[in-house]
Design a protein around this ligand. Structure first.
Ligand code: GTP
Ligand code: MG
Length: 344
């Protein structure tokens, strides 16, 4: 069946990996923000969500992403914490994902939460690429701001290239030890069978064009059927956080992964004392490229379609629970929707 481009669901891309390996900095580079710098103790403690439009992706990726080749609206990035105590949040992020980026510090190599991330993705059957980050810290590295990685690699001294190669082959070896056949991404023919490794620097943006090109290619090539779904039906999502918002009281930040939600919709949200049945009073959408976790200016909208990060204002959300499901009732039987929320 042919699908209208604007009805394709935005793919959800989870970013996973060990603490401090550069997940938030990578997203900062893509969306042009400085979220990482504002974090307490420089560690991420919540799941984030950022809608990155196709335009931004293609601007950042330059010649590597021609926007006319794609009919996906963009990518919804999910940031996750790497600190060992946040296993639940990583699993939640992994469960939401259509595809994932596992960020590995090239010098630090595989660490416990790298392996944990791979286990989560294997369990959920989520295809992923590995971003071998911080290539700029390779001794003798001569940064080429924003460059695709091959051009940057070729401009390095033999010694610097040798050091990077060693680190990259160690990562490829570690992936193989975990049961994944992997190679540098430009040697991978079939991304459904082999894991591509993309050398990048979140600080100098080297390789970030390549990473975006691989993610867009993967989404378009292997996910298109999965994305060609009706995004006008009753929405389904997961609560990321419950937050007090001035003028609204308790609100929930959610990732909507299916269907739509509209102002006035009846919704069921998982709460500490069982499902909460309420009605959407306002839908507050972060601006494009804004991290919902830190966004202060929201646009009030009448409808949102999957996938999206959105703040939902409704009465009685004080006991809503992070990680709980949220469902739109609309033309369905309220009792069965309540049961669905209870059983999740
Ligand atoms: P958690 O969310 O706590 O798991 O950490 P994270 O993976 O989000 O790491 P974050 O982006 O906060 O980066 C950790 C530190 O590494 C920061 O000081 C960043 O500036 C630094 N960093 C990240 N990417 C790079 C890179 O490519 N090159 C260099 N030199 N430093 C980087
Ligand atoms: Mg982070």
């Amino acid at each position: 069946p042919t699908v209208e481009p604007d009805s394709l669901r935005t793919p959800i891309v989870a970013v996973l990996g060990h603490v401090d390996h550069g997940k938030t900095t990578l997203l900062d580079t893509i969306r042009g923000s400085a979220v990482s710098e504002g974090e307490a103790g420089a560690i991420t403690q919540h799941i984030g969500a950022t809608a990155v439009p196709l335009e931004t992706v293609s601007e950042m990726a330059g010649d590597l992403v021609d926007p006319t080749d794609f009919d996906l609206p963009g990518l919804l990035f999910i940031d996750t914490p790497g600190h060992h105590s946040f296993t639940t949040l990583r699993s939640r992020g992994g469960a939401l994902a259509d595809i994932a980026v596992v960020v590995v510090d090239v010098n630090d190599g595989f660490q416990p939460q790298t392996i944990e991330a791979l286990e989560i993705l294997e369990r959920t059957g989520t295809p992923f690429v590995v971003a071998a980050n911080k290539v700029d810290t390779t001794p003798g590295w001569n940064p080429k701001q924003g460059s695709p990685i091959q051009a940057s690699y070729e401009s390095q001294s033999e010694a610097a290239r040798g050091r990077l190669d060693e680190n990259l082959y160690e990562i490829i070896g570690d992936l193989s030890d975990e049961g994944f056949s992997a190679d540098l991404y430009w040697r991978v023919q079939n991304f459904a069978k082999n894991v591509g490794v993309v050398p990048i620097s979140a600080i100098t943006s080297e390789g970030v064009p390549d990473l975006l090109a691989v993610l867009m290619g993967l989404s378009q090539r292997y996910m298109k059927e999965q994305m060609a779904v009706d995004t006008t039906g009753p929405g389904a999502g997961t609560v990321l956080e419950v937050k007090d918002e001035r003028g609204f009281g308790a609100t929930v930040d959610i990732v909507l992964y299916d269907g739509s939600v509209r102002a006035g919709d009846e919704i069921v949200v998982g709460g500490t004392d069982g499902p909460i049945v309420t009605e959407v009073r306002a839908l507050l959408q972060p601006r494009p490229n804004a991290e919902i976790r830190v966004e202060k200016r929201f646009d009030k909208v009448e409808e949102v379609r999957a996938a999206a990060g959105i703040k939902v204002a409704a009465p009685d959300l004080d006991d809503a629970m992070a990680g709980a499901p949220i469902r739109v009732v609309r033309d369905r039987d309220q009792e069965s929707v309540i049961e669905e929320v209870e059983s999740e």
